[in-house]
Ligand binder design. Structure first.
Ligand code: HPA
Length: 273
């Protein structure tokens, strides 16, 4: 397994006509966002040194350079999950490569189960904070001091200014946008009712199996992070049935229609000093 992110970043610099300052990782059911941009270049993960193929449903596995209203962005269609059996360094490898490319702002997205009755399926939620309950941490091991510090702060990992900007954009556009705390579990089994009740009592609003490793690594490299979750189902706190992948895809697509206009407006207004 080749995990040389500097090498992969140099390789990508040769393939892509330009390197933007913003990247977005697209989770379950959100691939279409990249396809609605003006696509300038598209590279399948299978061709990118060090990238593996994603086995998760609804994760396409392409790196896309696209423009949203003239603003260039890198889109990663799909991610590698811990539950797929990939070791943590592999899960966060694409984020490390984005940092090595010089990406300054990382937008992360995911699908989640709701731990709150008022966050119904197809809700769009701004992630305000997270709880890492995956049982591991992507920074375990020797620290690369050239990337970041040994004990990086996780005080407000989700950029406060970005949160305010997105709330204003949503309000202005009349798009319902909730806020919530995301708890990451390893999966792949879904949560029991007792686990959901525990997570809700800890202050979590949403539960999912991704994103937190990427955010930890992004903050280690001083990237500014914006996170969105789309609620694809109520967690087991609220019902007694299993949910289908079909239901999850349907609700993800419904919520993603509201996400694109917020992102398009947000990237118009990011200023890099
Ligand atoms: N639990 C964990 N991960 C998820 C869920 C869920 O209910 N829905 C979508 N991803």
């Amino acid at each position: 397994m080749n995990l040389d992110y500097q090498y992969t970043a140099s390789w990508l610099k040769e393939q892509l006509p330009q390197i933007p300052s913003v990247a977005m990782i697209l989770g379950t059911g959100l691939n279409a966002i990249a396809e609605q941009s003006e696509i300038r270049a598209q590279i399948p993960y299978a061709e990118i040194p060090g990238f593996v193929s994603t086995t998760a449903p609804e994760h396409k596995g392409n790196l896309i350079l696209g423009e949203l209203k003239g603003i260039p962005m890198i889109f990663l269609q799909g991610r590698f999950h811990y539950y797929e059996g990939y070791p943590m360094p592999m899960v966060v490898f694409p984020t490390r490569v984005l940092a090595a490319l010089g990406i300054r702002t990382l937008i992360v997205t995911n699908a989640s189960g709701s731990l709150r009755e008022n966050l119904s399926p197809a809700s769009l939620v701004l992630i305000t904070d997270h709880i890492n309950f995956m049982g591991t941490n992507p920074l375990i091991g020797t620290n690369d001091d050239s990337l970041g510090e040994r004990f990086p702060s996780m005080n407000n990992p989700y950029d406060q200014q970005y949160l305010e900007q997105c709330e204003k954009i949503a309000q202005h556009k009349g798009i319902p946008l909730h806020k919530g705390v995301y708890i990451a579990v390893s999966g792949p089994s879904l949560e029991t009712k007792a686990e959901c009740a525990a997570f809700a009592s800890w202050g979590a609003d949403l539960v999912g199996m991704s994103t937190v490793p990427e955010v930890i690594v992004a903050r280690h490299s001083q990237m500014r992070v914006l996170g969105f979750s789309i609620v694809t189902n109520y967690s087991n706190l609220f019902h007694n049935q299993a949910h289908s992948q079909e239901e999850i895809r349907h609700n993800a697509e419904k919520a993603s229609a509201n996400l694109l206009p917020i992102i398009a407006e947000f990237v118009q207004n990011i200023h890099f000093s």
